[in-house]
Design a protein around this ligand. Sequence first.
Ligand code: ZN
Length: 58
Amino acid sequence: MFIMQYEVTCISCKRTFKLYEGEEQYKQFKECKSHLFYCDNCKHKIRFDAIRNFFSSY
Ligand SMILES: [Zn+2]
């Protein structure tokens, strides 16, 4: 089975990774809404940092 995918570069760590059909970022890429993507690693890191900042602001 052929799965549609795009190869993009993570804007944070500059690593190349793939977007697969069905993913949110794949849709954004396809509809040209965004060409700035984070790989899963960086996404988790950013989310974690955001949560940490949120709690440390109290
Ligand atoms: Zn990354």
